[in-house]
Design a protein around this ligand. Structure first.
Ligand SMILES: Cc1cc2nc3c(=O)[nH]c(=O)nc-3n(C[C@H](O)[C@H](O)[C@H](O)COP(=O)(O)O)c2cc1C
Length: 321
């Protein structure tokens, strides 16, 4: 089987430089373990946990895999300090922080010797994360699914600028779905990639089958940004997101907008399978998602495809078709 070792995969002791992005209701212990067992790095979403349920979820993941995995902490969330304490006590291999400043958490992880990458949408926030003491960064472009920065900088231009400005190891995220995306991110200077949308459409993904089937039917132009006034969120266009977009026109009150435009209608799509009236979170890469492979198959074919691209590069791209 092809491998593409990078400084990231070697330091973490994983086979493939591919991470499962943290996603509420999706990046659960069995899914995290499936990705780590297949040679990638599963990263658990933790927003729904209190400290003790996080500890139990980490231990459950350890029962399912002996490979490294990570957790993600929302830095501005009231649970952040407690989650950081659990991560350190449980000696998780890797922590990403997002949605807030890493200033308080980064020194704790550094002292504990735990790799801590902060998710950034711009060079400015990347520099702040570096100053805070993060050991690396996830540079996530606006084509990706979920909450996004108002700057809306795309992955293609974000990765190299964050790499150049910070000199830190960078995981590229947003819009990656196959071996070409993996190869491109590595060429731009990333040490690994993180995927959300592509991993939702896999055999193991614990989401309602209607959600998976809906993703297979979407084109690259079928996503939209809602919440531009209160916190931009990339989702698929459906009755739910169009209703949110309509509501946005009615008020500039940020608290009111946040109450209506957010994840509260995600379980309707993810668990109940109502993909019209529930929130269908997806990134622009969805246009090239057209099957439901096992996570091991998906990662093996991505790495084989990227390795082939690098072989062709060595021979000069003019060779072959
Ligand atoms: C349903 C869903 C929930 C997500 N929740 C989070 C989250 O809680 N924290 C986070 O840092 N990223 C979250 N993300 C972003 C993903 O981890 C990942 O970085 C992103 O999907 C990458 O872009 P892609 O969808 O183009 O692959 C979420 C994405 C999706 C699709």
């Amino acid at each position: 089987m092809a491998t593409i070792p990078t400084p990231f995969s070697e330091r973490l002791g994983i086979r493939h430089p591919i991470c499962l992005g943290p996603m509420g209701l999706i990046s659960t212990p069995p899914m995290v373990a499936a990705v780590s067992n297949a040679g990638g790095l599963g990263i658990m979403g933790t927003a729904m946990f209190d400290s003790e349920s996080l500890r139990e979820a980490i231990r459950e993941t350890r029962r399912l895999t002996d490979k490294p995995f990570g957790i993600s902490i929302m830095a501005a969330h009231p649970t952040a300090a407690g989650h950081a304490e659990v991560a350190i006590e449980e000696r998780v291999a890797f922590v990403t922080t997002s949605a807030g400043s890493p200033k308080k958490l980064a020194p704790l992880f550094r002292e504990a010797g735990i790799e801590n990458y902060h998710v950034v949408p711009s060079v400015k926030l990347a520099m702040k994360a570096k100053q805070a003491g993060c050991t690396g960064l996830v540079a996530e472009g606006s084509e990706g699914a979920s909450f996004k920065s108002p700057d809306e900088i795309s992955t293609l231009v974000l990765i190299p600028q964050v790499v150049d400005a910070t000199g830190l190891p960078v995981i590229g995220a947003g819009g990656i779905g196959d071996g070409r995306g993996l190869a491109a991110a590595l060429c731009l200077g990333a040490v690994a990639v993180q995927m959300g949308t592509r991993f939702i459409a896999t055999h193991e993904s614990p989401i309602h089958d209607n959600y998976k089937q809906a993703l297979l039917g979407l084109a690259e132009s079928d996503t939209m940004m809602v919440g531009r006034k209160s916190g931009p969120l990339r989702v698929a266009r459906n009755a739910c997101s169009l209703e949110m977009a309509e509501f946005e026109k009615s008020t500039n009150d940020v608290a009111e907008l946040r109450a209506k435009i957010g994840y509260h209608r995600f379980p309707e799509a993810a668990l109940t399978g109502d993909v019209e009236n529930g929130l269908l979170v997806a990134g622009q890469v969805v246009g090239m998602v057209d099957d439901l492979p096992r996570v091991s198959e998906l990662m093996a074919r991505m790495v084989a495809e990227a390795a082939e691209i690098f072989d062709r590069k060595r021979q000069g791209f003019a060779a072959g078709t």
